[in-house]
Structures are given as C-alpha cells and as structure tokens.
Design a protein around this ligand. Structure first.
Ligand code: HEC
Length: 170
C-alpha cells in the first residue's frame, strides 16, 4: 500500500513535469513567432540603409534608431513636425530658420523649397531623396530610409511643418 502510493505520486509528478515542459516550450515558440516579424522589419531597414549611402553611414545609424519604433508616433502627435525635424538629425545637414538649425551639408530649406513644392512633394523628397537630386549637392548623402524609419503621420507632420516654415505651399 505504502509503496504503491509512492509510485503513484512519482507517476503524477512526472506527468505534471511533462505538462510544464510542454507549456514552456509552447510559450517560447509562440513568443518567438510573435517577435520575428519585428526583427525582420528592423533588419530590412538596416540593410537598405547600407545599400543606400555608405558615405553617410554613421549619420544614418544615429537617426534610424530613435525613429524606428511605432511608439514614436504617439510622441510626435504632441510634438508635431518641429519635433520630428529636431529628433531625426535634419538640422545637422539643413539650415531652417524656424528650427534654428544651421547645417550646410544639404540645401538651406528656406531657400531651396519654393512655392511649387507642396506637402506631398516634400514627403516624396524626404522619403526618396535621390528621386530628384538638388543641383550642386551630391546624391546618397541624405539618408535614404526616412520613408521606413518615420511613420506616415510623422512624415506628414514633418512635411506640413516645412510647408509652414518655408516658401513651399500646401
Ligand atoms: C546627412 C545629411 C542630411 C540629412 C541628415 C538630411 N538631409 Fe535632406 N538633403 C541632404 C542633401 C545633401 C540634399 C540635396 C541632395 C538631394 O536632393 O538628395 C537634401 C535634400 C533635401 C530636400 C530637398 C530640398 C529641395 O529643395 O527640393 C528636403 C526637403 C530635405 N532634404 C529635407 C530633409 C529632412 C526633413 C530631413 C530630416 C528628416 C533631412 N533632409 C535630413 C542632406 C541631408
């Protein structure tokens, strides 16, 4: 009697352990599956960065990180386009009076943006700078990955901010 009780306990113990191990493995698998798309997005952004501009590689890495996450969207909703401009390194290359920036690597946005540049056009210039390279400036210097690293609302706010602060018209 005594012995059998002990045996039974042993069997139940093993069964419990097996269930625990299975549950752990399932949880680990599900967790891994859930996180893998995220990892992929990050990887794609990084690889297109490398393909884009080798000269500006360092500047890109700095700018890509803070903007990558979706959570930055909520932040910019309150900060607006000025915040997006400030936190993505635009001012390090571009002069913009409203932002108080004095970068000279890229064109002075107060002068280069004209009334025939509109919000959608500016969004395009930021997302795909090589589409139309400004005369006198080299291609592949402006990071090519803002289209991925900035969320749609951030990109829109940024373009609206530039329309509001330069000769560009909506
Ligand atoms: C590493 C330097 C660099 C950074 C950072 C940078 N740019 Fe540029 N940008 C350039 C250069 C160089 C050009 C001109 C060549 C070209 O058109 O690709 C340019 C062109 C532009 C143009 C087109 C101007 C015109 O007259 O049509 C706009 C708009 C612009 N940048 C906005 C931005 C914004 C907004 C950011 C931040 C999100 C930014 N840039 C970040 C270097 C930079």
């Amino acid at each position: 009697m005594h012995r059998e009780g002990w045996k039974k306990w042993l069997v139940e113990g093993w069964a419990l352990l097996a269930v625990a191990v299975l549950a752990f493995a399932a949880g680990w698998l599900i967790g891994d599956l859930g996180s893998s798309p995220e990892k992929k997005t990050v990887y794609v952004a990084t690889s297109s960065e490398e393909a884009g501009a080798s000269e500006a590689g360092q500047a890109e890495q700095e700018t890509a990180e803070p903007a990558g996450a979706e959570s930055a969207g909520a932040e910019s909703a309150s900060g607006g386009g000025a915040q997006v401009f400030a936190s993505n390194g635009c001012g390090s290359c571009h002069t913009l009076a409203a932002a108080g920036s004095t970068g000279t690597t890229g064109p002075d946005l107060n002068e280069s943006l004209a009334p025939d540049d509109d919000t959608a056009g500016i969004e395009e210039m930021i997302a795909d700078p090589n589409l139309e390279v400004i005369e006198g400036y080299p291609p592949n210097v402006m990071p090519q990955d803002y289209g991925q690293s900035l969320s749609k609302p951030e990109m829109h706010e940024l373009a609206e901010y530039l329309v509001a602060t330069t000769p560009a018209k909506p």
